[in-house]
Design a protein around this ligand. Structure first.
Ligand SMILES: Cc1ncc(COP(=O)(O)O)c(C=O)c1O
Length: 419
């Protein structure tokens, strides 16, 4: 790979240094518009980007302009969204244990919707609301533990009864009744999230059916009609050749179809708003990380390591859960391939970014580009070993733009107090 969105990768590395996160904004816009194509089939849909995948002021700006809403799970993500100039009303505030400070901040700023996780949280939100003496109604939804677990290829229908998230099925009617104690709250509907890196669309059809059945049950028992059905995120992306996710356009058209069928099946009296909350699939494939190779270690007959100037601190996914990536050497044709393992620079022998990858002969000073690093890399990065987090550039139309400064040594000691 030599260019991304018309920008020469080697020139980017020279200009901004390495390691460098690169985000192809043309690709991000394309995925956003693929998601929004669902409106052709089911117009009353919102796409709410799960910003935990990559939370960054400039990215909120780009996606806001595309008509995307935002899931936030902390005051930090919410603050970043507001810092981007996005209206607070576009935020869906999730999380299984929002702190009192976070709830206060969200309410004061006029958050769009709070996705309530449990009855204790419902009561806490009300206490904070009363203390703040607010007058505007607060829109709330409930997170349901749907008892479906989906990961990658398979899913288990009763697998998640023990989930830490959400209200279990037998308690949903009771929860909705509780919400009626508080006339200041406007209860609008149900949310569920079934997993991540899912390649199969079947679990989504099951979850739609399940949430619609819940809505019917709640209506029959309480008279309250849900106007929102939120099926979470989780669709997978291609990290390596073995991964085979559906295209986003196919995925959303099948979701819309499934929603219409489910509503028809139970003769649901309205067309509720449908919400999708993709995170990874919006940004993962648009992202890459460029590293410089510092040296090569050949253990004859056993292994060849290439050492790079980053690793588990800028991409903790391989060491955390064995995530796999593909990579190339910039400006070197894929010929006379040799097996290498890509070693990070951090003080953990498990800090291997990629095990056994075929690359052309690698030399000190080469640039290694790792693909599909847009999601859960920067957002999960750390300062381990007092490492300075990398810079990020957006690339589009053959132009690059710095959107995240490389941390400095001063940044590293910013919060230290001398004694
Ligand atoms: C509630 C919720 N919505 C959406 C997402 C986004 O999932 P993904 O990045 O796999 O699309 C997550 C991820 O953990 C989540 O917890």
């Amino acid at each position: 790979m030599e260019k991304i969105a018309g920008c020469d990768v080697a020139n980017l590395a020279k200009e901004y240094g390495t390691p460098l996160y690169i985000l192809d904004i043309e690709a991000v816009r394309k995925v956003a518009s693929d998601y929004l194509s669902i409106k052709n089939y089911y117009p009353n849909t919102r796409i709410s980007y799960a910003s935990k995948a990559l939370s960054l002021t400039a990215l909120y700006q780009v996606l806001d302009a595309e008509g995307i809403y935002f899931d936030v799970v902390s005051d930090g993500e919410f603050y970043s969204m507001l810092n981007a100039g996005v209206s607070a009303e576009k935020a869906y505030f999730h999380g299984n244990n929002k702190t009192i400070d976070e709830i206060k901040y969200a309410l004061q700023k006029g958050v769009g919707v709070i996705v309530v996780d449990n009855v204790d949280e419902l009561n806490t939100i009300h206490e904070v609301y009363s203390e703040l003496r607010l007058s505007k109604k607060v829109t709330i939804m409930v997170r349901v533990a749907p008892e479906i677990e989906a990961h990658t290829h398979d899913f288990i229908r009763t697998g998640q009864r023990d989930s830490k998230f959400g209200v279990n099925l037998e308690n949903v009617v009771g929860f909705v009744k509780e919400t009626q104690k508080y006339p200041e709250f406007d209860f609008v509907g149900f949310h569920a999230h079934i997993g991540s890196q899912i390649f199969d669309t079947d679990p989504y059809h099951v979850i739609i059916d399940k949430l619609i059945d819940i809505a019917v049950d709640v209506k029959n028992n309480t008279g309250i009609l849900a106007s929102v059905i939120d099926i979470g995120g989780g669709i997978g992306i291609r990290y390596t050749e073995q991964d085979d996710p559906p295209s986003i356009r196919e995925f959303v058209s099948s979701i819309a179809e499934s929603m219409k069928l489910a509503l028809k099946r139970v003769n649901f009296p309205i067309e509720p708003m449908l919400i999708l909350e993709p995170g990874r699939s919006i940004v993962a494939n648009a992202g890459s990380t460029v590293y410089s190779v510092g040296g090569i270690k050949e253990i004859v007959g056993l292994k060849n390591y290439i050492s790079i100037d980053g690793g588990m601190a800028d991409n903790p996914r391989p060491i955390t859960y064995g995530a796999e990536y593909s990579a190339e050497i910039v400006n070197k044709p894929k010929k006379n391939l040799k097996k290498y393992s890509v070693a990070g620079k951090f003080c953990e022998s498990g800090d291997i970014l990629i095990k056994d990858i075929d690359l052309p002969e690698v030399h000190k000073g080469d640039l290694l580009i790792v693909h599909a690093t847009g999601a859960y890399n920067y957002s999960m990065s750390s300062n381990y070993n007092r490492y300075r987090k990398p810079a990020m550039v957006f690339v589009e139309d053959s132009k690059s733009r710095l959107v995240l400064k490389r941390e400095t040594l001063d940044d590293i000691v910013r919060n230290d107090i001398r004694i």
